[in-house]
Design a binder for this molecule. Structure first.
Ligand SMILES: [Mn+2]
Length: 246
């Protein structure tokens, strides 16, 4: 099977559509279909910050209903799930934009959407293993010894938030260690979470979060070809949101 793994969408539905078409898919009854039988996959964080989180999620719901969804949840997915359950969560870091989209809907539509989202999230794995375990799709990162291990809170934290040090950066964001630098596993890891100017290939890992919602681009990693396909963002450019690894 061949895959096209899409980076963090963050509500950039227009760019998602353009990327899916650029990859050679056509929409049949709302579902992206590829003539060569390719499959889409996602590194998570489909919502928050961008202009069209609800539309993006509705496409993912449709794919899930059709049994065609390969999606690794991200930290924004987890926070929105807690919101959808009625937990008290801070409406910051982009959640406020998704909530604003919901607030335009009727009460009934909002309740129905949140119920559908809870079901969506509850059906997701922590990460997606494909090609007999040789391809791993995960939101923020994973350590070799975590692959195939039973669920634990520390694995959940790592896949959602990455290798956080517990320290806070001057701008208030949690410090993230460069886990990929220390990854020496055989399975190839496709991940996102940390916006980079260009898709970053390092050993058997690739970060495909090219910061679409911050004015970069939306990227896909083609497997097994190991090539990148991107479309430019429609959003204003915020260079300070990108990480430049050394
Ligand atoms: Mn993230």
């Amino acid at each position: 099977m061949k895959y096209d793994v899409i980076g963090d969408i963050h509500g950039c539905f227009a760019e998602l559509n353009e990327l899916i078409k650029t990859l050679g898919y056509t929409f049949v009854n709302g579902l992206p279909i590829h003539a060569d039988g390719r499959q889409l996959a996602f590194v998570g964080d489909a919502m928050d910050r961008g202009p069209a989180s609800i539309q993006t999620l509705k496409l993912l719901f449709l794919m899930q209903d059709a049994g065609k969804l390969l999606y690794a949840p991200g930290n924004h997915c987890n926070k929105f799930y807690r919101y959808a359950k009625g937990n008290r969560v801070q409406q910051t870091h982009g959640l406020e934009t998704t909530v604003a989209e919901l607030d335009v809907l009727s009460k009934q539509e909002k309740v129905r959407f949140l119920a559908r989202y809870r079901l969506f999230y509850e059906r997701l794995p922590l990460y997606v293993a494909l090609d007999t375990g040789q391809l791993i799709i995960v939101h923020a990162g994973i350590r070799e010894q975590m692959i195939g291990s039973p669920f634990s809170k520390s694995i959940q934290s790592f896949v959602l938030y990455g290798d956080i040090s517990g320290k806070t950066l001057p701008d208030g964001r949690p410090e993230r260690r460069d886990w990929a630098k220390h990854y020496n596993g055989d399975p190839f890891i496709v991940y996102g979470h940390t916006p980079v100017g260009e898709a970053r290939l390092l050993k058997n890992t690739v970060n495909i979060d090219t910061g679409c919602v911050f004015g970069g681009k939306l990227s896909a990693f083609r497997y097994p070809e190991m090539t990148i396909v991107s479309v430019p963002s429609h959003q204003p450019f915020h260079p300070e949101k990108f990480t430049y690894f050394t």
